[in-house]
Design a protein around this ligand. Sequence first.
Ligand code: MRU
Length: 344
Amino acid sequence: MTIPRTIEWIPKAEGELMPGLIRLIDQTLLPEKLDYIETTDIQEVWHAIKTLQVRGAPAIGIAAAMGIAAAAQESASDSTENIIATVDQAGAYLATSRPTAVNLFWAIDRMQRLANNNGKLSAIDLKIALIKEAMRIRDEDAAMCRAIGEHGTVLLKDGDTVLTHCNAGSLATAEFGTALAPIYVAKEQGKNIKVYADETRPLLQGSRLTAWELMQAGIDVTVICDNMTAQVMKEGRIDAVMVGADRIAANGDAANKIGTYGVALLAKAHNIPFYVLAPSSTIDMDTATGKDIPIEERADKEITHGFGTATAPDGVKVYAPAFDVTPTELITAIITEKGDYIIK
Ligand code: MRU
């Protein structure tokens, strides 16, 4: 099974972590072209997150961690104090890229804490410690995704069909994904699970990314437009909905790609279980309810000129929230790497 790796740290010399560079799949080019961005530049990392070259909550966090490690590496200073200041500045800067996915802030905080707690290290040792921490964040995410897959696959039986929205697959994480992880684990176990991927307007993460990565892995996937979901459910084609999350509030409300809330309402109306799969780093106990989750608004152009062609008149008013919040009562279970946490 071929599962793409969306983000990696590539050391320039074998056996040495430093110097290295960040290698990202440029997700804006998929499915037409599989191409990579290689960088150590913090502004390029910010731009990659902002423009969705790298996207998906866990992948954004990993990109930020590696971006901070790269900023420290690139500093010419041999003063530990200056490296810590660089880390703090790089973190504050990357925090302005996207507001909703809590994994971004969680990863930045983890890198900043590492730097600030290691003021006794030499500058060079601190730089290496930062790269190791970014790699740990990446590796832990890969392990969490696999564990989510193992817990989640228990909910699926051979022959089931899962509907998913957006891309919460390998492209959105270190490896394996969250919502797609149970499907990959099922395939390893010899179970045959089919997937319906909502195309996910306006940026088509479902049709461009989810369909692409599932096809790479040899999984049976069917793309539908977002407005076909109700009909597809009514026809009895869906056994379960599995989606990811960008932030889960303390009460279990879950923010995810715009359109997820509608899918949850439809699942309820058709008596289909609706599962949210996410690593525990997506749960934000400092955010009490979904009302407190900041919702990113995207540029009008992403709606009026999606992929280059005008699809609305010039100058028309647009409202473009990138996420919505599914209330906890519509969620059958939240599945983390620790097992499934049943809401009701
Ligand atoms: O705007 P995006 O593409 O970053 O939105 C991504 C999603 O909504 C994903 O479902 C979510 O981040 C979970 S990824 C495991």
